[in-house]
Design a protein around this ligand. Structure first.
Ligand SMILES: C[S@@+](CC[C@H](N)C(=O)[O-])C[C@H]1O[C@@H](n2cnc3c(N)ncnc32)[C@H](O)[C@@H]1O
Length: 219
């Protein structure tokens, strides 16, 4: 059976979507899982990904210094932070993205992140434009459900097809809770929240692509 690693995830939303379809799936994060799971590895993705995996999906690696919406901090740091810290965090974020993107021993890789600024792109080895940009509402079927949200989500894909939308809504009723999250200690958690409809589409479409490749290689 194909082995699947979901990186930088404590919520388990993507891991559980793959597990629900019977895939041999593990999540990994520096932090413990939000709710106990014997399918979570607490550790550095850069070490954990060195094992044999058939598919690695990195769900929103730390992006604060990579994303376009935060580029202003590289010239004027937020209160109590220095410019040196901002550029060091940019280097660290880009290095992590680069390590995941260039993990060539893993045949299928997906990385999810917001739109990046040029300083991030130029630090990433073998950088390519994202293969696809989606919105959670494109995977929603219930206007009042958790997926009917606006949040531009880019996917960098290697060895995986673009996702086919599974939703039935047109976006006109989509909410904006992620962008409107009020400042506070949990803001980053709300902003990096993942969506069950999108996770289910990934598990279905990418899980079967990884399994098909694995079965063909094993034959
Ligand atoms: C923006 S959050 C993503 C949260 C994710 N969308 C979820 O639903 O749980 C980024 C996550 O990356 C984790 N992280 C940062 N560096 C890491 C590393 N080197 N290895 C593994 N996880 C890492 C952080 O602990 C954090 O949980």
């Amino acid at each position: 059976m194909a082995k699947i690693l979901i990186g930088c995830e404590t919520s388990g939303i993507v891991r559980e979507a793959f597990l629900a379809l019977g895939h041999d799936t593990w999540s990994c994060d520096l932090l413990p899982a939000d709710t106990h799971s014997n399918r979570h590895i607490q550790g550095d993705i850069q070490h954990v990904m060195q094992d044999e995996w058939d598919l690695m999906a990195v769900m929103h690696p730390p992006c604060t210094r990579l994303c376009n919406s935060g580029v202003r901090w590289l010239s004027k740091p937020p209160a109590a932070r220095s410019l040196d810290e901002m550029w060091r965090e940019l280097d660290e974020g880009a290095a992590l993205f680069s390590a995941c993107w260039n993990a060539d021993h893993i045949p299928s890789v997906a990385i999810e992140n917001p739109v990046m600024h040029r300083y991030a792109k130029e630090r990433i080895e073998n950088y390519q434009a994202p293969a696809q940009t989606v919105q959670p509402w494109q995977f929603a079927t219930n206007p009042n459900g958790p997926d009917n949200e606006r949040k531009r989500t880019c996917f960098w894909l290697r060895g995986l097809p673009q996702l086919i939308h599974t939703g039935t809504l047109d976006g006109t009723t989509a909410r904006d809770s992620v962008h409107k999250a009020s400042p506070g200690v949990n803001r980053w958690k709300i902003r990096s929240k993942f969506f069950p409809g999108l996770a289910a589409a990934m598990a279905d479409q990418w899980g079967s692509a990884a399994q098909t490749r694995y079965t063909a290689q094993a034959a």
